[in-house]
Design a protein around this ligand. Structure first.
Ligand code: GAP
Length: 430
């Protein structure tokens, strides 16, 4: 269990422009969250790191970006239309509705009535909609509950266009939607969230070796996110708890503020999905080895990351409290490559035009080089440092009177709070 309190993270996220309640101005919409300026940058940094690691830096990976709305046959074939259910119970006294496996059903968590729950009903978590002007059976579609199906339905397209050597993977990032009965724990269980998924197509004779490789690729990636190893736990999921399509699953769990819980999943999905597509579409999904040795429907290893949970794990790991000059300080010790702001630049004081002008020059030069550089001249210097600490900015650059004489600036390190002088030239060129 993390020692960081969830409320502390939620309030820092709101205060510093990372994450806000969705539709907050109208009282909110449960299970939805909006990303503010720093949140969207942190999220993009995480997603770009994932894309670079698993797609750009590898030769066996192909990216796709499929439509969120898909033919309803996709969800019938995949089993989601009938089987993507959570057990729903309703209190006969207050009519509160809950996920059966998340509460003690002997007493209603809302009104306290004892033994007020009847048997659970299966509640399908897909958001249903109609495509086009007619609301009939034919026009039914769903907001996708996983990005994976957009990969499976494009498997044949990628094979035909690129003739990849097997094993190979198809990767996708994008929104997924689940009508969760009880969204909870900040962004951890949301109704609209983002996934980063890979379907890695393998020879069924080799699935075990490929699965093990993915266990270690995932560990390396979590290291790049700056998550401490001792907060990560690989849980071998028992058959009874696995999704209907999986023959082996590892849930990678993390010590979140609310407790140890699933960060991401790694599943051996066999040929379940491609066979379903083949049987329902009548189109062959088989793969012929380049040496002609065999032809088969590939099996699949699926590493499935949730972006919101990655963000929560990164924020939990980065959140630090210490004492500076006898005062409590809160800051985000974010890895430099994930921090939404890399440098914050300010003049020592705002009322000296020559300092402001010089500071703007430094700001423009750094912005040109790094992009994620912030101008911050609000409040006194101490307040700026505290604000930037909470954003997780690794370096604050201050232009002072000495700068005008020797073109050096003060650089203050977030983690040590130490300040040193450095020439503008070396800073911009480093
Ligand atoms: N394609 C496989 C799949 O979707 P899953 O275990 O249902 O598997 C994968 O979801 C990941 O998506 C989870 O490990 C989690 O990171 C994220 N996820 C699932 N439901 C979520 C929710 N309601 N809110 C936020 N993230 C969620």
């Amino acid at each position: 269990m993390s020692t960081t309190n969830l409320e502390t993270i939620v309030s820092l996220c709101k205060r510093r422009g990372f994450i806000y309640q969705g539709s907050e101005v109208y009282g909110g919409l449960s299970g939805t969250w909006d990303y503010g300026p720093h949140g969207v940058t942190l999220k993009k940094n995480i997603m770009n790191l994932w894309w670079k690691t698993f797609v750009e830096d590898r030769d066996d990976m192909y990216g796709v970006d499929a439509a969120i709305l898909m033919n309803q046959k996709v969800w019938q074939a995949s089993g989601h239309a009938t089987g993507f259910n959570d057990p729903l119970v309703e209190c006969s006294h207050c009519h509160g509705r809950f996920r059966e496996d998340k509460i003690d059903t002997s007493k209603c968590p809302t009104c306290g009535t004892k033994d007020s729950f009847g048997p659970a009903k299966q509640f399908n978590m897909m958001f249903k909609t109609n495509v086009g002007p007619l609301a009939d059976e034919e026009s039914i579609s769903y907001l996708r509950p996983e990005t994976a199906q957009g990969i499976f339905t494009n498997y044949k397209n990628v094979v035909d266009s690129f003739s990849p050597d097997l094993p190979f993977g198809i990767a996708q990032q994008g929104k997924a939607f689940r009508n969760e009965i009880s969204p909870r724990d900040f962004v951890f269980r949301s109704r609209e969230f983002e996934q980063m998924e890979i379907e890695y197509f393998v020879d069924p004779d080799n699935w075990e070796a490929e699965f093990e490789k993915w266990v270690s690729y995932i560990a390396d990636f979590l290291d790049k996110l700056g998550l401490p190893k001792d907060s990560i736990h690989n849980l071998e999921v028992e058959e009874a708890d696995r999704a209907h399509y999986s023959k082996r699953t590892i849930d990678v769990e993390f010590d979140f503020p609310h407790g140890r819980d699933e960060l991401l999943g790694l599943a051996y999905r066999t040929d379940f999905d491609l066979m379903n597509i083949q049987n329902n579409s009548g189109k062959k999904m088989d793969y012929r080895m380049k040496d002609g040795s065999k032809t088969f429907v590939p099996h699949v290893i699926e590493p499935s990351f949730g972006v919101e949970r990655a963000i929560m794990a990164v924020l939990t790991s980065a959140y630090t409290e210490d004492e500076v000059n006898g005062e409590k300080r809160e800051y985000l010790k974010l890895p430099e490559h994930l921090a939404p702001v890399r440098f914050a630049v300010s003049p020592l004081v705002k009322n000296k035009p020559e300092l402001v002008e010089k500071a703007k020059e430094v700001y423009q030069a750094l912005k040109k080089k790094y992009g994620n550089v912030m101008w911050d001249d609000n409040g006194n210097i101490g307040k700026r440092y505290r604000r930037q600490d909470e954003i997780g900015t690794p370096y604050c650059v201050v232009v002072d009177f000495q700068t005008l004489e020797d073109d050096t600036v003060t650089i203050r390190d977030r983690d040590t709070t130490e300040q040193k002088r450095q020439s503008i030239d070396s800073l911009v060129k480093s």
